[in-house]
Design a protein around this ligand. Sequence first.
Ligand SMILES: Nc1ncnc2c1ncn2[C@@H]1O[C@H](COP(=O)(O)OP(=O)(O)OP(=O)(O)O)[C@@H](O)[C@H]1O
Ligand SMILES: [Mg+2]
Length: 606
Amino acid sequence: MKTYLRILAHAGPIKRLSLFYALTTLLAICFGLVNLSLLIPLLEVLFSQTEGSTLGAMPKPEFFISLTHLKELFNYHFINIIATHGRISALYFVCIVMIIAVLLANLFRYLAEIIAAELRVNVIHNLRSALFDKISQLHMGYFTNQHKGDIMARTMSDVQEVEHAMDYSFRAFFKEPATIIGFFVVLFYISPQLTWLALLALPVVGGSITIIVKRLLQRAAQSQTSLSRLTGILEEAMDGMHIIKAFSVRSYISTKFEQENRVYAKLNLSMLLKTNLIPLLSAFLGVLVLTLLLAYGGSMVLSHESAFTASTFITYIIIFSQALVPIKSISKSLSNIQRGLAAGKRIFALVDIQPAIANKPGARAAKKLKQAITFKEVQFVYDHQPIIKNLNLTIEVKKKIAIVGPSGGGKSTISSLLSRLYDVTQGVIQIDGLPLQAYDIASLRKLIGIITQETTLFHDTVFNNIALGRPQASTRTVIEAARIADVHEFIQYLPQGYQTVIGVGESKLSSGQRQKLGIARGVLGKPPILVLDEATSALDSTSAKKVQEALDKLMQGKTLLVIAHRLSTIRNADEIFVIDAGEVVEHGTHEVLMQKGGLYKQLVRA
Ligand SMILES: Nc1ncnc2c1ncn2[C@@H]1O[C@H](COP(=O)(O)OP(=O)(O)OP(=O)(O)O)[C@@H](O)[C@H]1O
Ligand SMILES: [Mg+2]
């Protein structure tokens, strides 16, 4: 119920809309009932059971809104027409009233549908927005492959599931109960005896359906989990398609997919079998009740004991069979609502995750670096794997600092920790003596420009890709940044220059070109601290040298942190830190380290 209310809270102006929905639905039901009830006079006029001569006994009824009044008012006019214009005219009269009733019933039904549609569309839209909002706030550590598939499933199919459930819930919680009440009021009015009999028999129908629905629910949750695993595998396959092809390991991923696909199919089959059983069962039980009524009501008509005529009885049976429709619909709706609620729970579980990295109250803006960045006894654990073990390092302002070391030693992790993509597990990283957590995250990330090993480009123009996060950037500054990255000329030769749309995949650009765009993006805001993580690794040595010189010039008087494999680019660094297995093993200038003859010297030799 809590989940349901939370979903409703996403439906927009729910009070106003649900009021309209209730009103239009009730009107639709009333006119539908009027229409059905008109069968009695229709049949009677056909069977010649009503005589115009009874008119004298009937006073024109006083105005009063009640079922009896409506009936009497109709009968008054009906008999009046038979008396004055004959049976055919009376038939036409009934037909006209019927058409009007059907028209109104359908008009109001349509209005109710429109309102229900608006509520559903709002729910989808608002839930997806809430989800995406949360996803973009989550810390980097959350986006494992497993989680990615799960997020996709929740944002796409779970939201869809909730939408269906919404629709069904309007029906099951309001429309159908109201319809049933309406029908039974009329049924009681026509024949209390028959209706009591029906009411005694119906709980049996309801009870057996509830039992099946309950068993169905367990499958629903399992099938959704399986679907999200399946999506995860699909996602993984698409991400790694070129590796899959290059290593000819299609069968590996196919088998993985096939296994999960089979599990999903099995769960789905078992669920579908049960879902289909529900309407069958309820139809059969419905007919059973109906037959009971036919036998009992039929004998009432044949015995001529009461004023219960054949026309009334036929109409009663027709209305009763119509009353079974909403009952069946409720049972079907309930199973769908359960599926939707299961999906809703999964959605809210994601929405409720607290981002591990968030601003503390009172966080201050990081404006500039005055003294130094210090890593003090920093430890960092990824998936229970200690990556950074005991890192002590100081980066003084306005210095060019280099980090070198074997692959996998934790160099890129240091830059991720510095811009708080992850938080340290133990120890502290300080900027001017204050821990990173004391600063506003957005200002911290503006302070530190990072050019990463891999450049992610978005499906947008070259200009917007460079000016990412800085929508106010002028053409001049973007071109300046592109020049530093040695990519200005290349961009000019593109079909629409800076306005050329570049794709998501690697297809359109070489990795060197992508990296240059990444460099341009990184230097655009002229951040006081710039971190280059193998920023020129994909470039040829001439190009790399050119870019490195331009960067050195740009960063004069600023702080530059260079992570490099190509050791020639960092020879002139003020201090070089050699990192191995998450620790600083040696540090000093190039000359000092060469003299020492340790790991650095080995790396240079290699
Ligand atoms: N997203 C991640 N999840 C789990 N472990 C990771 C993740 N990213 C990196 N690691 C692990 O952290 C360790 C350090 O990785 P890092 O990228 O910092 O190394 P690096 O020194 O930059 O290496 P390279 O020179 O190859 O770029 C590696 O052992 C790697 O397996
Ligand atoms: Mg790295």
